[in-house]
Design a protein around this ligand. Structure first.
Ligand code: B12
Length: 219
């Protein structure tokens, strides 16, 4: 049953069929399917398939934007049903997308997943200059700063974040985790980030073990 629903959701996203997506999201909610599983196995896969069509030149920007908006609406709807862990039990994770970059689907999914794990998530949005990350992290007494980046051109912002923390004498105050399709583990290590995650599962694992151990993940 879930398998069928999941591939139906993926196809609705790929076909940009808003009505079908809304109906299937309703079915998922009614059937009580684990929302986290739906996000990972249906919505994420659907938008990745759209991404591939875009990369292959079969879809263009308007299709991408439409698919992104459809997914965002459905994930918002589903998110309301996810039981939150006891807030601030495990720590505070501040997340945003770096300056110059407005991609937020992956960031939003990471935020949703972390908030299901008893982590308080502060989402500061997209196109965030490094001092915004740092000022808000201080204000919110964050433990970890997560920076998302999908554009190769804006990846240096993640390095700037680590460097700016050092300049402001705050490098030891926060752990930094970077993510997003433009970056990888090697980049994360080279810029002096404390952690990197390629997907939702890794993001949760790295954040939880960092909060538990109070130290970074990268060798
Ligand atoms: C959807 C999309 C858009 C949408 C974004 C809508 C939105 N609200 O986000 C729209 C249409 C607006 C868009 C615009 C542009 N896009 Co675009 N976009 C994509 C696309 C197809 C999918 C991205 C996505 O959402 N993936 C699904 C999510 C779930 O994956 P994800 O973001 O990687 O996140 C996962 C992990 O990376 C990780 N993660 C992500 N963030 C974080 C953060 C932390 C802290 C952690 C731990 C983990 C983590 O966990 C997530 C879950 O697994 C990609 C192609 C691709 N294959 O990635 C291109 C892509 C990223 N875009 C690209 C480009 C070039 C652009 C534009 C410049 C296009 C243009 N000519 O205008 C603009 C940029 C505007 C700007 N200033 O930012 C390029 C970037 C190339 C590059 N390497 O620099 C890509 C790769 C497409 C391509 N091959 O050309 N885009």
């Amino acid at each position: 049953m879930s398998e069928e629903l999941f591939s139906g959701i993926q196809n609705a996203i790929v076909e940009l069929n808003e009505q079908a997506l809304s109906d299937l999201t309703g079915e998922v909610l009614a059937a009580g399917v684990n929302p986290v599983k739906v996000i990972e196995e249906a919505y994420t896969v659907g938008i990745q398939r759209v991404g591939k069509l875009f990369e292959d030149g079969d879809y263009f920007l308007p299709e991408l934007i439409a698919a992104a908006e459809m997914v965002k609406d459905s994930v918002d709807r589903l998110q309301k049903t996810i039981p939150k862990g006891s807030i601030k039990d495990k720590g505070v994770f501040l997340i945003g997308t770096v300056a110059g970059d407005i991609h937020d689907i992956g960031k939003n999914l990471v935020a949703t997943m972390l908030s299901t794990q008893g982590i308080k998530v502060i989402d500061i949005g997209v196109d965030c200059p490094v001092d915004k990350f740092i000022d808000r992290a201080l204000e919110e007494e964050a433990d970890i700063i997560g920076a998302s980046c999908l554009l190769t051109m804006t990846a240096p912002e993640q390095k700037k974040l680590v460097d700016r923390l050092r300049e402001r004498g705050l490098r030891d105050r926060f752990k930094v985790i970077v993510g997003g399709a433009a970056v990888d583990h090697t980049w994360a290590r080279d810029i002096g980030s404390d952690g990197y995650a390629a997907d939702l599962k890794e993001a949760v694992d790295v954040a939880l073990s960092m909060l538990a151990a109070g130290k970074g993940q990268l060798a």
